[in-house]
Design a protein around this ligand. Structure first.
Ligand SMILES: CCCC/C=C/CC(=O)SCCNC(=O)CCNC(=O)[C@H](O)C(C)(C)COP(=O)(O)OP(=O)(O)OC[C@H]1O[C@@H](n2cnc3c(N)ncnc32)[C@H](O)[C@@H]1OP(=O)(O)O
Length: 359
């Protein structure tokens, strides 16, 4: 039986009572279905490329095409009912007894077999790191540092590991203008990288596909990096008018020598997984067909080692460098704050947004 007008109105009221924010993607879907159910197909003019919120709403509504009003009403009712019956709508995994309920919008976090797995979960955006995702990664790392697991793993959901900083972060300009935005991004980045410098247990990257920007530079702060042979490693900072971060201005020359680091960080050379392994950035490369099986078998075995001893050994290695890394992080953020206000950077972001909008 089709949802009635009364079912539809009840569902609208239920949305207001949801205990957890269902996240932007679900909210856009609800918006689109509501508009389709009440007004029919989208035939209002497309908002401008920099009017990001209204453009996202318009896109969501337009993708419904000619869906009939009563089908949209039914889909809306079904979606609300699935949200109301699911206590953790944004988490794909049942929390275990030893986990705090997470409710992340941009991550899926699980904890089993002695391993806390933090998965980037914006596959339609190639796991680009939005402002919210930076905040959630910091929260997830803090929780992982305090839980009982022996190892913490970062990996990506979908075909990408991560496409780096979400370039649309720079379009959300506060009243204080670009200068204020650059200042707040400086603080966000410094705190974010600091979490990786200070992380107290072995931190492993399972690089399931291409990695870009900050997701590559941070690898120098991980304790092991396992990569699929599909993965690539790309830091296109100069093309973006930006400069190295994630302590890479220090870790990369140390890992691969200054000439190879310059090719990556200054000239933006993209490395294959094999090349990244030869240069010491990646611990081991696996064929994509066996990647997940081989890596998780190995990590489960490592996670059986005594968790406290792993912490102690990691700490003694990191302690040699911790102060240096903090100083490098601070310096890189100061340089980036200036870069973000440069013409080179602004032009690069505009170019990305214009390409995205197919202007
Ligand atoms: C506050 C702290 C700041 C720290 C600074 C860090 C510096 C960096 O991380 S620099 C690196 C920034 N990243 C990039 O330059 C990558 C930009 N993206 C791309 O070049 C391409 O999207 C791609 C090569 C990653 C993938 O290309 P492909 O053709 O396969 O897919 P697309 O159709 O382009 O992507 C699908 C979808 O995802 C959006 N997207 C992908 N990456 C980003 C991103 N980094 N920022 C924002 N959006 C991204 C892309 O626009 C598409 O979106 P739509 O479907 O809405 O068009």
């Amino acid at each position: 039986m089709r949802a009635s007008q009364k079912d539809f109105e009840d569902a609208m009221n239920q949305v207001k009572l949801l205990k957890k924010d269902p996240g932007n993607e679900v909210k856009l879907k609800l918006y689109a279905l509501y508009k389709q159910a009440t007004e029919g197909p989208c035939n209002v003019p497309k908002p401008g490329v920099f009017d990001l919120v209204n453009k996202a709403k318009w896109d969501a509504w337009s993708t419904l095409g000619n869906l009939p009003k009563d089908s949209a009403r039914q889909n809306y009712v079904d979606l609300v009912s699935s949200l109301s019956s699911s206590p953790e709508p944004s988490s794909q995994v049942e929390p275990r007894a030893d986990e705090k309920p997470a409710g992340y919008e941009t991550l899926v976090v699980t904890s089993e077999d002695g391993i806390t797995k933090i998965m980037f979960n914006r596959p339609t955006k190639k796991n680009a790191i939005s402002t919210r995702m930076y905040e959630e990664i910091m929260l997830a790392l803090k929780a992982a540092s305090e839980d009982k697991s022996a190892l913490t793993v970062l990996t990506g959901i979908g075909d990408y590991y991560c496409s780096g900083n979400d370039l649309t972060n720079f379009t959300d300009i506060p009243p204080g203008g670009v200068e204020e935005k650059a200042k707040s991004s400086h603080i966000l980045l410094r705190n974010f990288v600091q979490c990786f410098i200070d992380f107290p247990k072995p931190l492993i990257a399972v690089v399931n596909g291409p990695a870009v920007g900050i997701s590559v530079t941070l690898l120098g702060l991980f304790d092991a990096v396992y990569a699929s042979d599909r993965a690539t490693f790309h830091t296109p900072f100069s093309a973006l008018g930006q400069s190295p971060e994630g302590c890479s201005s220090y870790t990369f020359p140390k890992i691969m020598g200054s000439a190879k680091a310059t090719e990556m960080l200054v000239f933006g050379k993209k490395l294959t997984a094999g090349e990244a392994c030869a240069q010491g950035l990646v611990t081991e490369v696996f064929p994509d067909s066996t990647f997940q099986r081989e890596v998780w078998t190995r990590l489960k075995a490592y996670a059986k080692l005594p968790a406290n001893t792993l912490r102690v050994s990691k700490n003694i290695i990191r302690s040699r460098e911790r102060e240096k890394l903090r100083a490098v992080n601070a310096e890189e953020c100061i340089t980036l704050e200036e870069r973000w206000q440069s013409e080179d950077c602004m032009n690069a972001i505009m170019n990305f947004l214009s390409r995205k909008a197919k202007l």
